[in-house]
Design a binder for this molecule. Sequence first.
Ligand SMILES: NC(=O)c1ccc[n+]([C@@H]2O[C@H](COP(=O)([O-])OP(=O)(O)OC[C@H]3O[C@@H](n4cnc5c(N)ncnc54)[C@H](OP(=O)(O)O)[C@@H]3O)[C@@H](O)[C@H]2O)c1
Length: 335
Amino acid sequence: MKAWQLHAFGLENLKLGSVTRPTPKPHEILIKVGAVSLNFRDKAIVDGIYEPDLVPKRLIPVSDAVGTIIQVGSKVTRFKVGDRVISHLYSHWIDGTPAPDEPAHCLGTPYPGGLAEYMILEAESAVLAPDSLTDEEASTLPIAALTAWFSLVTYGNLKAGETVVIQGTGGVSIFGLQIAHALGARVIVTTSSDAKGELARQLGANEVINYVTTPDWAAEVQKLTNGKGADQLLEVVGGDGLNDSVEATKVTGQIAVIGFLAGQTTNLNLMRVIFKQTRIQGIAVGHLRAFEEMNQAFDRYEIKPVIEKVYPFEEAVQAYEHLAKGAFGKIVIKM
Ligand SMILES: NC(=O)c1ccc[n+]([C@@H]2O[C@H](COP(=O)([O-])OP(=O)(O)OC[C@H]3O[C@@H](n4cnc5c(N)ncnc54)[C@H](OP(=O)(O)O)[C@@H]3O)[C@@H](O)[C@H]2O)c1
């Protein structure tokens, strides 16, 4: 089969070639990939800054894929040939509390990903693709959408009328905006671009703060909430900016620590966290049960993934380059 493989760290080492088509073991399924979507994680893996010790030699990258089952293992009862399914990043995390070794069972590192004609999935952790979504749309759900859902709903128990701050307009953030808006929250989006801010308003953002022209965006959030602060915040930036997020959230507010765009370590003022009794919640995407609940909610609220551009399979490198520049919503690669 045709497959993109990472031969060494660096985008110049991502090469299209030919490999043997895998055969499913008893509990696995083989899908013909329809589309994959890119996440910042995929870029960080290629760059060698995401758990580099876990990355196998000659990796087929990209965790998020949708496809049609063409072969099932001898013990598979959950699906049949012809079903259209979506991958689930934490392939052993089905429900409840995660096990300590969940990262060892992730797709696109250390397990092979979907940037190929065919892909193996474990049947227990594949998810039926909603009929209402195309392959391109369904491929955007596994990481970006579930991360936002798990933060706001599973951990955050978001209620109508609460205020949510969403940082930026990338993959996770736009899903966060759509979910929070659908559930009746007031949404404040921070962005570097007034044009993207306008698009965010069209998706339901109530307020937009340009974090370049208003560097003290946390003070602006305080102003917009009459000095109370936001109930929840999706932290995709990381680094020392976490201090701003503490200032932007209310006493006992929740910060979902998701991203590390500005850095994987932070210099945090603990006294502010202590006095504000801030709930800082680490997020690692989410479990399968939440994925299925989320898909039902997306159908109910008619949430459609926002895709900035779809690239053909042969232009995977250009898709990665686009992701590095920052997209409004998602970048997809279609087989
Ligand atoms: N923990 C998890 O489970 C999990 C899951 C998914 C993603 N992540 C992480 O979350 C982060 C975002 O992922 P993604 O896939 O959504 O990335 P993405 O699609 O590449 O989005 C990046 C966007 O972040 C915004 N941004 C950058 N610097 C910012 C800043 N200082 N303040 C506010 N916004 C800023 C920009 O928005 P504007 O152009 O509007 O300024 C940029 O377009 C990454 O670090 C990723 O690894 C973690």
